[in-house]
Design a protein around this ligand. Structure first.
Ligand code: URA
Ligand code: SF4
Length: 216
């Protein structure tokens, strides 16, 4: 069974797409393998490329403020990106790069098996929600298989569009509500997933229709 450090090692040596040519350090992501919540951004920026760690620049500072709004600490969540190497000049990741890098993220999701995934920005949103408008779904929670997925604006967007700052703060406050609700229903437990998967589904089917939790 491959573990997170093996994925990180593969990412650090990866040359599958052309982003490897201009990177200084690839950024596999970080956080505990037992994290129940995973945040997925777009790709490393300038500082992330220097340090090999996700969200360590300005957007990262704001992300930490947002995490606090949701009652979360950076150390308890897993933070990663849809592409693990910096797109030059912070340009958008291209479809072939997203595709080339997808397997690493998919394996991280499979290994960590988070109960909640929070997408940051439109590229990670598209992975779970398809071609939707972020203005229409941000802050809402959707059940996908055994997980809940919430799409948020990218923290960096608020640095350019100040009006989005409050939207993000409100959406993360709402996330705290979702987390509390899910916790109180014992859906997040330190028990092996296999032991309570079916309970989760039964409970939700009976009394907690996803529509009640979400804007969908
Ligand atoms: N923006 C991202 O999408 N990811 C990072 O890691 C940093 C900034
Ligand atoms: Fe490999 Fe992903 Fe980096 Fe491309 S972005 S070189 S696929 S790790």
């Amino acid at each position: 069974m491959k573990d997170l450090s093996e994925i990180a090692l593969q990412v650090s040596n990866c040359s599958i797409c052309s982003l490897h040519k201009s990177r200084i350090k690839s950024v596999p992501g970080e956080g505990p393998s037992t994290a129940r919540i995973m945040f997925i951004g777009e790709g490393p920026g300038f500082h992330e490329n220097q340090q090999g760690r996700p969200f360590v620049g300005q957007a990262g500072k704001f992300l930490e403020e947002l995490l606090a709004r949701a009652g979360l600490k950076r150390e308890e969540v897993f933070i990663t990106n849809v592409v693990k190497c910096r797109p030059p000049g912070n340009r958008d990741p291209q479809p072939d790069e997203l595709e080339a890098c997808a397997d690493y993220l998919n394996r991280q999701i499979e290994l960590i098996n988070p109960k909640i995934i929070v997408t940051l920005g439109r590229f990670s949103m598209a992975k779970f929600f398809g071609q939707v408008k972020i203005s229409q779904i941000h802050g809402g929670m959707k059940k996908i298989d055994e997980r809940y997925v919430v799409a948020m604006y990218h923290p960096a967007a608020a640095l350019h569009q100040p009006a989005l700052k409050n939207t993000l703060l409100e959406d993360f406050s709402k996330l705290q509500g979702f987390i509390k609700k899910i916790n109180s229903e014992n859906l997040i437990k330190e028990t092996p997933m296999n032991n309570y998967k079916s309970t989760v589904n039964d409970k939700l089917d009976d009394e907690e229709k996803p529509t009640q939790l979400s804007l969908f």
